[in-house]
Ligand binder design. Structure first.
Ligand code: NI
Length: 176
């Protein structure tokens, strides 16, 4: 068990473009993924991208059955996604609330594609290819933005929909 420090907004390492993973099935990659799950679970996160712990690789994890930070969100399957490519399946965008472990204590309303195709590989280099919508699509777009150096506040259109979690959602704990 190894919980890593999560970088916070303002750290220039969160603004880099991540490099593709080229070596699979290595002990190094397995350890990194284990640490990312430990770190995400310790923080009650819905997802985590490698750059958030200072590792500049195209690797994200996400998924949960029930998440105290997003109590109304439907289940998202636990996924390790490497070298992802995202494609919208329609032009339709939907606004929804997001938080980020690198932007603690805040939430903002962010437009995302509602219907999404994504592809990539898992830790063994095996292909992942899915069509998703709703919160699943939102989480993937949020996490993959980290690989391009984009944090969700950069996508907010209306800053009257940006604020402190405990003010916006009183009673929602577990968000720091
Ligand atoms: Ni994030």
């Amino acid at each position: 068990m190894s919980v890593r420090d999560i970088l916070k907004m303002g750290d220039p390492r969160l603004l880099r473009k991540a490099e593709p993973v080229t070596r699979f099935g290595t002990r190094e990659l397995d350890t990194l993924i284990e640490d990312m799950f430990d770190t995400m679970h310790a923080a009650n996160g819905a997802g985590l991208a490698a750059p958030q712990i200072g590792v500049n690789l195209q690797l994200v994890i996400f998924g949960f059955k029930q998440n105290p930070r997003y109590p109304d969100a439907p289940t998202v399957p636990e996924t390790i996604l490497i070298n992802p490519v995202l494609k919208p399946l329609s032009e339709e965008l939907e606004e929804g609330w997001e938080g980020c472990l690198s932007v603690p204590g805040l939430r903002g309303m962010v437009p995302r594609w509602t219907q999404l195709h994504y592809e990539g590989v898992d830790q063994h280099g095996k292909t992942i290819s899915r069509d998703v919508d709703g919160f699943h699509a939102r989480v993937v777009q949020h996490e993959c933005d980290h690989l391009a150096g984009i944090l969700y506040p950069m996508r907010i259109k209306d800053f009257s929909n940006f604020g402190y979690t405990d003010v916006l959602f009183p009673g929602l704990d577990k968000d720091d």
